[in-house]
Design a protein around this ligand. Structure first.
Ligand SMILES: [Zn+2]
Ligand SMILES: [Zn+2]
Length: 125
């Protein structure tokens, strides 16, 4: 089950709601593949064509987009065998995003103050 996180800026009051973790549908690699753009989807599918079982971990993680300033969540898939990682792009502008390591060190995209806080508001699956 995944968690819904609310990110709030204590300086300007901006708010974002983000889904993190993973849901029931993400237990199979072919379903996870559908979350990505065509070229990545093809790569994952071809891997599945070669092998019976591909070990992986998957979760939505908080991300920060430098291009449009959006805070959101992106799908992060890691293949256990070779450590390859696939990170989804910004849902708002389609650019590459950076994963948020620590929200308290991430500047607010609206006012640039480093006073973001995170609350857990619920669950999804
Ligand atoms: Zn702010
Ligand atoms: Zn963006």
């Amino acid at each position: 089950m995944g968690e819904i996180k609310k990110i709030v800026c204590r300086s300007c009051g901006a708010e974002w709601e983000c889904m993190t973790g993973c849901g029931m549908l993400h237990g199979r690699l072919e379903w996870v593949a559908d979350l990505y753009e065509e070229d990545i989807r093809k790569e994952i599918r071809s891997l599945l064509g070669e092998r019976q079982f591909v070990p992986f971990t998957f979760a939505y993680q908080l991300s920060y987009c430098k291009s449009c300033g959006n805070i959101g969540s992106v799908p992060v898939l890691r293949l256990e065998e070779d450590g390859r990682e696939y990170t989804g792009s910004c849902r708002q502008c389609g650019q590459k995003t950076e994963l948020v390591e620590a929200i308290e060190k991430t500047p607010c995209p609206m006012c640039h103050a480093t006073v973001l806080e995170m609350e857990e508001t619920g669950h999804w699956d």
